[in-house]
Design a protein around this ligand. Structure first.
Ligand code: RIB
Length: 302
């Protein structure tokens, strides 16, 4: 399995990004620095990042029949992602995200649009395409019924199902039982499992009904093994320009390298890919290609 096959089931958004010197206060009107539109959506971001790292990726999702929809489909194809399983919904707006970037950080409001028009039957219609892949990767910007369908199909065909529970929402036990690996940050894990927000990482992970790979921002990642031991993988120091899409790059890189390199090496590569992703503007702007990732890692101490 040199070139892993990955199905990414999720959202496709146009990111409308305003850069400002700081975040506005409630009720304040602030002059921004500049405005750009970039390709985004957690699903599309993960698909593009995985393709750049050498995976054979098929995207399962939906766009509207508007200009953004066609632009986003073209971007996926240009990035080497198969769009055969992306539906174009007539008379519906494509998904979009209003993003403010200040001090390298971001605040995002997503309007689901066509992403929310996707239905469980649509996912079942692509069962054959999902059954062919090595890894199924999903997030939570499409209806939960679609995620449930994806998890069921993955389980039926014995495929690992990675769920990145973002944006955070409480998850049904029935879904968690089908997850091979959940990849939240600390906040998302607490919301997913309906836990208090003030628990330590150890306490949170101990209560999870499925294996966890948790991102801890600039500190890297933490995961538990079959014996319940926690492993911490540090991140890499870079100059942060825009953190949008860092989590998506992490998930994609992990999915690409997990089966061939093993857990520890895949998490290290995922941390490195995520670090590189924040060095340029736009969710997909800094996502590394395979060669760039290897070059970066070669310069780092083990
Ligand atoms: O994870 C980053 C993404 O979240 C952005 O691209 C935006 O579209 C939102 O979905």
């Amino acid at each position: 399995m040199n070139q892993p096959k990955i199905a990414v089931i999720g959202s496709i958004n146009m990111d409308l990004v305003t850069r400002a010197k700081r975040f506005p206060k409630m009720g304040e009107t602030l002059m921004g620095v500049d405005f750009h539109h970039y390709m985004g959506g957690k699903g599309a971001n993960q698909a593009v990042a995985a393709a750049r790292l050498g995976a054979d990726v098929r995207m399962i999702g939906a766009v509207g029949d508007d200009e953004f929809g066609y632009e986003m489909l073209a971007n996926l194809s240009r990035s080497g992602v198969s769009t055969e399983c992306v539906k174009t919904l007539a008379g519906v707006q494509s998904g979009m995200a209003n993003i403010i970037v200040a001090d390298g950080d971001n605040a995002i409001v997503v309007v689901g649009g066509a992403n929310l028009g996707l239905q469980a039957e649509d996912i079942w219609a692509f069962e054959a395409q999902i059954a062919e892949v090595d890894v199924v990767l999903a997030q939570l910007e499409i209806p939960l019924s679609c995620i449930m369908a994806a998890a069921e199909i993955a389980q039926k065909h014995g495929k690992p199902f990675i769920l990145n529970p973002a944006p955070a929402q409480k998850l049904p036990q029935e879904l968690l039982e089908k997850v091979t690996l959940l990849t939240p940050n600390a906040y998302e894990l607490a919301i997913s499992l309906d836990l208090p927000l003030d628990l330590s990482i150890e306490e949170q992970i101990a209560q999870a009904p499925c294996p966890i790979l948790m991102t801890v921002g600039s500190q890297g990642a933490v995961y538990n093994d079959e014996e319940g031991y926690l492993h911490r993988v540090p991140s890499f120091r870079v100059m942060q320009v825009d953190s949008t899409g860092a989590g998506d790059t992490f998930n994609a890189a992990f999915a690409v390298f997990w089966k061939t390199k093993g857990m520890a090496a895949a998490v290290r590569k995922a941390c490195a890919a995520a670090a590189l992703s924040v060095t340029k503007s736009g969710a997909q702007g800094g996502m590394p290609f395979a060669g760039e990732l290897e070059e970066f890692l070669a310069q780092q101490p083990e």
